[in-house]
Write a protein that binds this ligand. Structure first.
Ligand SMILES: Cc1cc2nc3c(=O)[nH]c(=O)nc-3n(C[C@H](O)[C@H](O)[C@H](O)COP(=O)(O)OP(=O)(O)OC[C@H]3O[C@@H](n4cnc5c(N)ncnc54)[C@H](O)[C@@H]3O)c2cc1C
Length: 533
């Protein structure tokens, strides 16, 4: 970790501040070089980021016989009717260039004997088009190469251990941000004046009790943007991964989809392969279908397990080292016994609304990676499209900033400011525990009006207490998701309403929401409850 923040060390720093040290943030910083930038990240770069945990890889239509159109068609099919086709096409078209960039930064993607990149196939992709590293090590390998590239790039200043908590704006112009040293007290709160802020703060998975995401993924960036007035899109669409390893660990380790791709089956306690009763594609049905079936099996007491004994067997450790280590650590030997599984909050299709170059609806604020909603994923993300989206949009943001703000300015450090909110008021941990349990119960795999109304009421109640800005942001992000879910009276992709179990063709459009609108939805939902009490 870098040494504590010293104002005098800031001279010459540019006015671009990137919030987040995952793939989107670091790629954007590298693409902006040699322009000086500052990356603020709550955890040391390479840690506290979903990017480092990605097991599958990056989708790119670069194989013989594959085409950009085929990648677009698969993306559109997965997105359940609301993918923005132009965005999906632009993303697929730039994949080869971005893979080339990653190779240049030193990522050692797997290769065939003839030197060509080795491509594998994942569910709902009609072609082999996933570039990987050593089986399930893509995320770790990509991040370790990028962290090394960032460390040797003198134009990138990394402020590790600083959590951004609020954007400062004048009207619709973002003029800076407030961050806090998470190890320190009140005096360690810093104000930065900026000309450009890039939000690359990742997803929202940790707002749920069962998730594959790191604790830093609590939607704080999404909330900061919404609180500053930015438009949010599709917040209700959360993807639940059907096969998280259910051994009581938080976050839950992931049993990658590739295991099912290689023939692993899902069974209940009795050994019954229940996915065949649910969908003709069995275990390779769309993620939301498998997640719901696993959810039903668990709540009905039948249990759900991933049985890899026959399909993977003795090759497990060598082919899926990350999953193997996680299982063995939990006392489950996947070569000898089925792995207990549960659906876990995994990826947020919704987020800060951005245009084709990553601009939000606020001047001075760009965003890229999982914190955004570009429209590329629609209601359901196609596997391995999120790392691709992160690099494509990070590069586009960098290019746009270069074009729009050609000259460099120095970032001003305006000193520590006292805050009325203590760093971690008592009750913060309890509030997070409550919100996570409530999100899993009522805003999870299966939703309905009563549960969503209760969720919004719980969020409002928790918000009445004094919390740290981080918890306030987490509650705002939870509210946006619940409000979007209550408003959408149909089922589509990652959003399933048991009281509206079908898709409604009239609702085949994206959701656009401000925080004010979400507050209104929450108030309206509360009105009948208040009348009844
Ligand atoms: C287990 C797992 C496996 C996955 N596998 C794949 C895969 O194979 N292929 C694929 O395409 N996608 C995969 N995904 C999804 C993909 O990893 C993410 O969507 C992508 O990495 C997001 O990148 P990002 O840079 O936007 O966010 P992240 O990598 O999550 O980075 C966010 C950064 O922001 C920081 N941060 C957050 N809040 C703040 C704050 N308030 N202040 C300062 N810093 C903050 C975090 O510490 C972190 O540095 C997987 C996800 C998980 C969890």
């Amino acid at each position: 970790m870098t040494s504590p923040f010293h104002p005098e060390s800031w001279e010459g720093i540019d006015d671009v501040v990137i919030v987040g040290g995952g793939l989107a943030g670091l790629f954007c910083a590298l693409k902006l070089s040699p322009r000086p930038v500052t990356v603020i990240t709550g955890a040391p770069i390479g840690e506290g980021a979903s990017s480092a945990w990605a097991q599958g890889g990056i989708a790119a239509a670069i194989g013989t016989g594959d085409t950009i159109e085929s990648h677009v068609a698969d993306t559109i099919a997965a997105g359940a009717g609301i993918v923005d086709e132009r965005v999906a096409r632009a993303m697929a078209a730039e994949a080869a260039e971005r893979i080339h960039d990653l190779l240049g930064y030193g990522v050692a993607f797997d290769r065939e004997l003839d030197g060509a990149l080795k491509l594998s196939r994942e569910a709902a992709h009609s072609q082999r088009r996933i570039v990987r590293v050593r089986g399930d090590m893509a995320g770790a390998a990509i991040m370790s190469a990028l962290v090394a590239a960032v460390r040797r790039t003198p134009s990138i200043r990394v402020l590790e251990g600083y959590v951004a908590e609020q954007l400062r704006s004048e009207g619709y112009y973002v003029t800076g941000l407030v961050a806090r040293d998470r190890r320190g007290g009140l005096s360690d709160r810093i104000h930065l004046s900026t000309r450009a802020v890039v939000l690359a703060s990742g997803g929202i998975g940790h707002l749920y009790a069962v998730t594959t995401n790191p604790p830093e993924a609590r939607g704080e960036g999404l909330a900061m943007a919404a609180r500053a007035g930015a438009l949010v899109a599709d917040p209700e669409f959360v993807q639940f991964h059907p096969t998280a390893v259910d051994v009581g660990r938080d976050p839950a380790p992931l049993a990658t989809e590739a295991l099912r791709g290689d023939g692993a089956i899902i069974i209940d306690k009795e050994g019954h392969r229940f996915m065949l009763d649910v969908h003709p594609d069995g275990e390779l049905a769309p993620r939301d279908v498998v997640a719901r079936a696993v959810h039903e099996a668990k709540i009905s007491g039948r249990g759900a397990f991933l049985d890899c004994r026959k399909a993977i067997g003795e090759h497990f450790a060598e082919r899926f080292p990350t999953v193997y280590a996680a299982c063995m650590e939990a006392g489950v030997d996947p070569t000898k016994e089925p792995i207990p599984i549960a659906p876990a909050a995994h990826y947020h299709m919704g987020g800060v609304h951005v245009d084709s170059v990553g601009r939000t609806t606020l001047d001075g604020l760009w965003a890229c990676g999982e914190v955004t909603s570009t429209g590329a994923h629609g209601a359901n993300r196609l596997a391995s499209n999120s790392l691709l989206e992160a690099v494509v949009f990070a590069a586009r943001v960098a290019e746009d900033i270069h074009g729009l703000l050609p000259s460099h300015k120095t970032t001003h450090w305006t000193g520590a400011a006292a805050s009325e909110a203590p760093n971690a008021p008592e009750g913060d941990d309890e509030a997070i525990r409550k919100v996570r349990a409530m999100m899993s119960r009522h805003v999870g795999v299966v939703r309905d009006r009563a549960g969503l109304t209760e969720a919004l009421a719980t969020i409002e109640e928790l918000a009445e207490h004094r919390h740290s800005p981080q918890v306030t942001n987490a509650l705002v992000a939870a509210k946006l998701i619940a409000a979007g879910a209550l408003q959408r009276e149909e089922s589509r992709g990652g959003h399933y309403r048991s009281d509206f179990p079908s898709s409604d063709p009239k609702l085949a459009k994206r959701t656009f929401l401000t925080l004010d609108a979400a507050n209104e939805i929450a108030e309206q939902a509360a009105a009948p409850l208040e009348m009844a009490s």
